[in-house]
Design a protein around this ligand. Structure first.
Ligand code: SF4
Ligand code: SF4
Length: 400
């Protein structure tokens, strides 16, 4: 018997299934979702509280995973006697002044930073108990700062702020929409763990190369009312001597102090991380999340409607490959590798360029995300995941 982790795969709807009337039945992606769920959810016992990690999609994004698939997974959990709750974390930052569509019709990014706004988008996208049959809970609290600090021996991090209420569940099911990502190369199960299950503190430390700092030459207590201190949601700012100082072990980069300080350029934001660092750090985060217990987690990747960009932006672009199907596994590395392999082996899709002409589709065997975004390489994710021993890139694919 193979010691490789199994990845179950259900191919997407075939055209034949839609036109075959010789049998009085057809199958479809929802039925296949239920079938593959029943295959992998062997970790659930009756009475288990099951957290179902989802991503509800950014406002105005139209590629996020349809809630219908999540409902089928929830039904499968209930059939095993589990008690499912949809779980999510807040998006990065806290500066909520700029949301919606601007006068020039551009769309601001980041409508999911606090629970109040995030919940509205979730409901708009069908991620509600009425549609899916399970309540939605923000496991990092209303501002995304509720955390449990987990110690690890990662590539960079020695400790990670995991979303606190994750640990209240007995079992997890991590549902991911497989697609591209501008910094990681692709988004799947590993990114759901390493970004989607951590509190804002570690989302920030993945995206930025440090915390906010005070320019001591500019900070002048005689010219302000110390607005920075009252604006900080986590009490990271104190006055020491003649200046404000920020506790780098607490700051999660919400931008509020910068917005409130009356003296321009006194508070300094960190720079964005370079791409290799981004990858290694979110994989470190994933390592901390797996302290939950790898044997208590199962993964489902839905490779439908696959643009190069993530569900966290309003315009993710057009699909770059056809639908690839549904993948299920107990190994987060194996399932993501199977999706990237399927994406590489699939023919690319043409799209209209700015001149209104159809592009030549990318060929089978070409890694599409890397070709379209040369600065990122999905294989860096697997290298980091192997270093942190999160799973296996060798897998056995079983088509169901
Ligand atoms: S950082 Fe700005 S608001 Fe805070 S003490 Fe200094 S000058 Fe005042
Ligand atoms: S120090 Fe500034 S950026 Fe950091 S958490 Fe406090 S208000 Fe936000």
């Amino acid at each position: 018997m193979s010691s490789k982790p199994i990845v179950y795969w259900a191919s997407p709807n075939e055209v034949a299934a839609l036109v075959n009337t010789s049998k009085n039945m057809v199958t479809n992606n929802l039925v296949k979702t239920r079938f593959i769920s029943d295959k992998i959810l062997d970790h659930i016992n009756s009475g288990d509280k099951v957290g179902v990690k989802v991503h509800v999609g950014e406002a105005y994004n139209t590629h996020y995973l349809r809630p219908d698939y999540v409902r089928e997974v929830v039904n499968a959990i209930k059939a095993k006697g589990g008690i499912p709750t949809l779980i999510e974390t807040q998006g990065l930052g806290n500066n909520i002044e700029n949301i919606g569509i601007c006068e020039d019709y551009s769309i601001c990014v980041g409508h999911r930073k606090i629970a109040e706004d995030h919940k509205k988008i979730a409901e708009l996208h069908g991620y509600s108990e009425a549609v899916i049959g399970a309540p939605l809970q923000f496991i990092d609290g209303v501002n995304g700062v509720d955390r449990k600090v987990v110690e690890i021996k990662g590539i960079h991090f020695k400790e990670v702020s995991v979303a606190k209420n994750l640990f209240k569940f007995d079992k997890l099911v991590v549902i991911s929409h497989f697609k591209g990502h501008p910094q990681a190369g692709f988004g799947g199960a590993l990114k759901q763990l390493g970004v989607g299950c951590v509190a804002k503190r570690n989302k920030h430390l993945v995206h930025f190369d440090g915390t906010f700092t005070v320019n001591l030459k500019k900070c002048d207590l005689s010219l302000c009312k110390q607005e920075c201190i009252s604006s900080c949601p986590v009490d990271a700012i104190k006055i020491e001597g003649e200046h404000a100082v920020i506790d780098a072990s607490v700051c999660y980069g919400c931008f509020r102090c910068m917005q409130k300080c009356p003296i321009k350029r006194t508070l300094r934001a960190p720079k964005m991380r370079n791409l290799p660092d981004f990858v290694e750090r979110f994989i470190d985060n994933a390592m901390a999340v797996l302290s939950f217990g790898s044997e208590k987690i199962r993964y489902l990747n839905f490779a439908f409607d696959i643009p190069a960009m993530c569900d966290c932006v309003p315009n993710a672009g057009v699909p770059v490959v056809p639908d690839l199907g549904i993948f299920g596994s107990s190994d987060p590395v194996a399932i993501d590798k199977a999706c990237v392999d399927a994406e590489t082996n699939a023919p690319g899709l043409p799209f209209l360029n700015k001149e209104g002409e159809w592009t030549q589709p990318l060929e089978k065997g070409v890694e599409k995300f890397k070709t379209l975004m040369p600065a990122v390489d999905p294989h860096n994710v697997f290298e980091a995941a192997m270093r942190n021993k999160l799973g296996s890139i060798d897998y056995e694919l079983i088509k169901i």
